[in-house]
Design a binder for this molecule. Sequence first.
Ligand code: ZN
Ligand code: ZN
Length: 150
Amino acid sequence: MQIRFHCPHCDLPMRLSKWESLEALQCPHCEKSIPTEVDAAAKTLVIDHCVICGGKELFRQKLFNRNLGVGIVVLGIIASFFVIPPVLPLVVVGLIDLILFLVLPYMLVCYRCDAEHRGFKVGETFKHFDHLRAARAKQQPTYPGAEENH
Ligand SMILES: [Zn+2]
Ligand SMILES: [Zn+2]
């Protein structure tokens, strides 16, 4: 497992992959302590809340390297100038994208503090990103009536 998050005090990005480092966690930059919400279930890689802020709202997101994805598409476009028929490399790119999408695992991201939980079990209860839930979790105002229209 790996957890990526920002210090709630100074916003320093951090990456932790040991449970021990989450206990009595202190920011290496601002030296303030960061309370975490690790429980016994979390240690078996089952979570129903964010282990950093305790937020109950998490969404699932594919662990997809955006640079890699863009690189593959660019290669496909360049190859289409040299290959006959030109559409062939683009078809291959589409297939690679599809295969990557199917094999890549999900991570769980906290709506409230944006912490990324990698390597945890992602049950069906976790949905994809939803703008309204994000706004609610961050206590941002939503457009009047937006909730009803959803
Ligand atoms: Zn800090
Ligand atoms: Zn959180």
